[in-house]
Write a protein that binds this ligand. Sequence first.
Ligand code: AMP
Length: 577
Amino acid sequence: MSDTSLAFSDLSLNPSLLQALGDLGYETPSPIQSACIPLLQAGKDVLGMAQTGTGKTAAFALPLLDRIDLSLKAPQILVLTPTRELAIQVAEAFQAYARHMPGFHVLPIYGGQNYGIQMKQISRNPQVIVGTPGRLLDHLSRKSFSLANLKTLVLDEADEMLRMGFIDDVETIMAETPSERQTALFSATMPAQIQRITKDYMRDPQQVKIASKTSTVENIEQSYWIASGVHKLDALSRILETEEYDGVIVFARTKTATVELAEKLEARGYSSSALNGDMNQALRERTVSRFKSGGLDILIATDVAARGLDVDRISLVVNYDIPYDTESYVHRIGRTGRAGRQGKAILFITNRERHLLRAIERATRQKINPRDLPSSDAVTQKRVKRFAKEVESVLADQKLDFFRDLSLQMQDNLGLSAEELNTALLFLAQKEKPLQMPAEKIPERRPRDEQREGRNSRDRNARGRDDERPRQRSSKKRENIPHDTYRLEAGRDHGIQVKHIVGAIANEADLESRFIGDIILHDDHSTVQLPEGMPVEKVKHLQGVRVCGRPMRLQKVEGTVAPRRPRKPSKPRQPRD
Ligand code: AMP
């Protein structure tokens, strides 16, 4: 669980960083952040036993940004990562935290990218370089940049670099850095070779390991769903439609996410509200008391806001975003199964977060079972059942003489059988709230999706350009309608494939893929054709949607397709699957 006694404002970070954290909706430091930030601020070497998902990137990025000299236009921080994907992710995190620090510049450098482009970017004198060891070593031997001003070296996912055979490169790079530099090393495990590096290259390293308490939660049925193929919001809706529940608490990671999710659920007809640290005490209390009395069924909360929440009617906990540590998990699911009742807890995890699942299982000494999402057929059956109940209660409770007469009259006047009339009325009754859920647009599980998120994709990314050849998408599958062309700020350099764009737009704009026209991938952006006259709100929504972790920033292109910097454009007829 996050440290209750610390807020980001207690960590004496500079105001521009605190402002950025506020923008991002971070509420409190995660345990690894609370422990690492003061140590790195004090200039100590740090050895962090932490994995992805614990907030480790901010644990080193924030204190290092806090100490950076913006007037010095030279690399001051070097971060080594095992994959291109992680290099981009870490560089984006630095950029996000430094959004209010004018003059700040970070550069990701990785294999597979054109040297010319990289040289041009290096000439902009970034203060932070994040890169994969092989390509960094190439640049150092070409003397592309100097490490003379380097203050801190970070080895991120050190055991992964060892596993991928980069450890010699890492040592060579370390030897080229100034000996008085600060070093931070993060690793999920500590194999002998990593331990040797810590001995040879680090000075009195401070170990940060977040101890996890164990606790048993016997009367709570726990399961997890691997988030793949279906958007998490749709998955949550399906669960809410099919599970029997009284009160539900859904945990999201940021304050912003709680608000967004609550709004989206409200729009889908669920009585839900956000509960987060931005709400004042009075509003929080009002929300909780509405929830307690049944005036509200679903709360979307952050860990902090839900701390100590004791409401007997909570029968389901959904971990929409996985918590940082096992303690938080135990605390979250302990919101259900109160007062001796049975409770259910469902955890959404992505492939990359599987290690956290194993850590939770180890710490709680309980197995968490995998579960599938309810199929669209199961959702339909559930809706039909609910509807049948409503019909029964109408027949039992309402005075229906007028309608009985009207039914006979209509059968007579229209020459219909009772069955025909029934069928038409059923159709009319469900028009606003359809009984039938459309058949799956995307299969529940796509092994290729899982691979893309898992180790295979990392390896592939480490090698450079993704050379997978997807199937050609037949133009028969597309509607021949007029289109407008939009530019989006994600391209091949960001690992984007056509199917990512189709998937993101189809899910987020609720637009069937047959209405999406040509997609052209460029190195740093792409263009996509969408039906002419898309509603403004949909386009606005799509602007914020992320594809492969990058915001699309969708913008309509006037007139013909005119990419701003067309480099190596791909063939217009991109294959899709
Ligand atoms: P990492 O372990 O660094 O890969 O971070 C995992 C995710 O947690 C990233 O999406 C971060 O943006 C997010 N995150 C990191 N720290 C916090 C925090 N204190 N509050 C909320 N989200 C966070």
